[in-house]
Design a binder for this molecule. Structure first.
Ligand code: FEO
Length: 392
């Protein structure tokens, strides 16, 4: 693969990683991901903006060689997570005169994680810039999209904004440029749910700031490049807003179908009342799909079976993950079935240490559901539909 010229003297030189199955050993990647790196050649100096994941280092170096790049003056590191910083040591070996340009927090992380010598850094602050001759790179600190160290780099003359993780997508279909397809939007929403949702207020703040900057092009470090920045900014405005939809996510795990029968019955009753329900089998499903719907659902109902004396671990994991990712959920309930004892709800309740959705009635039954049990599910459906009137 060669570098792709995006504009005169601005090149994309990242790598696709279609075979990668998980991100951070946590997030499934159904189509892999990309590590975007960009090369900017000024009249006097040149810069590489972000690098690639360590296993892809050789491919990046091959690309650089094939393009006959004999000198890189600056390696801009917008964020120290190793999918972007991992190739810095190899690049410094290949270009020993290059300096790493970054902020103090990234430097600390790169020194500790990659053992790059302290004297290889040029430290920048918010609003600082460096000149490449006829091109200027300005730095905008943007903590918490993704880590506290994150910053953006703005190529002033071309109005190209390099946003690192913000606006990324684990999308490996097609070209470097965004195709603006439904598949891309879905992938970007999935990425938002998994990576940016815990930092929703920060993402919203930076979207506002970016609208003021008014870039011509947004270049994230995962997924495609947006030559229509308003497309991804509009999507983020929606996802980061306080608005929720008339929607229930219902992740469930069922050992002998009793909980499944309850979840399916409740789904049917809610749908009859005009409530959208995303019923999600925690054993079969891809968690990322559930998280996409968690972005704007008003309510979560967790369906759970008893294992020994407590809830099935899959339901506990889902509750823990959702709490950590901080969706906008307003309400929650737990439904489920037990055989001979224990407590189905306490461990799950205790997972909600960050998010504080309002608790609705639980429906916990013994064995397979029967007359009265269905009446309780009817009552829960009524309660949810009533609460959702504000979002219908
Ligand atoms: Fe793509 Fe936070 O790394």
């Amino acid at each position: 693969m060669k570098m792709t010229e995006l504009a005169p003297n601005i090149f994309a030189c990242g790598e696709k990683d279609k075979d990668r199955k998980m991100f951070d050993q946590l997030i499934p990647l159904p189509e892999g991901t990309t590590y975007n790196s960009y090369f900017v050649k000024g009249s006097e100096k040149s810069a590489l903006i972000d690098t690639v994941y360590p296993p892809k280092v050789d491919l990046l170096l091959d690309k650089i060689e094939e393009a006959n790049i004999e000198k890189i003056d600056y390696i801009i590191s917008n964020h120290a997570e190793q999918d972007h910083s991992g190739a810095i040591p190899a690049l410094l070996e290949r270009f020993p005169d290059a300096m790493v340009v970054t902020n103090e927090r990234v430097k600390d992380n790169v020194v500790s994680m990659l053992h790059v010598p302290e004297d290889k850094f040029i430290i920048v602050k918010d609003g600082d810039s460096i000149s490449l001759g006829d091109k200027t790179l300005e730095f905008i600190l943007a903590p918490f999209v993704h880590w506290p160290d994150t910053m953006f780099t703005y190529l002033v003359e071309d109005k190209y904004l390099f946003t690192c993780d913000l606006f990324g997508a684990h999308y490996t279909t097609g070209d470097v440029w965004a195709d603006y397809s439904d598949a891309l939007l879905n992938s970007a929403k999935r990425y938002y749910a998994e990576i940016m949702m815990p930092f929703r207020s920060f993402a919203a703040k930076y979207c506002k700031k970016i609208r003021e900057i008014d870039p011509n092009v947004i270049l994230p470090s995962h997924g495609p490049v947006y030559d229509k920045p308003e497309y991804i900014l509009d999507a983020y405005d929606d996802w980061t807003s306080d608005r929720v939809k008339n929607k229930v996510i219902m992740p469930y795990v069922s050992m002998y179908d009793s909980t499944k029968i309850m979840a399916e019955y409740l789904t049917e009753k809610l749908e009859e009342k005009g409530v959208e329900v995303v019923l999600w089998d925690l054993i079969e499903g891809d968690t990322g799909e559930l998280l996409i719907d968690a972005v704007d659902a008003a309510t979560m109902v967790i369906g759970v079976s008893m294992v020994l004396s407590g809830p099935h671990p899959s339901a506990v994991y889902a509750s823990y993950l959702l709490n950590a990712l901080k969706p906008k959920l307003k309400y929650y309930s737990i439904i489920g079935s037990y055989g001979w004892g224990g407590n189905l709800t306490k461990v799950i309740e205790n997972m909600f240490t960050i998010i504080k959705p309002e608790k609705l009635e639980y429906v916990i039954i013994k064995g397979r559901p029967k007359g009265d049990d269905f009446a309780k599910l009817d009552a829960l459906a009524n309660e949810i539909a009533q609460k959702h009137e504000a979002f219908a």
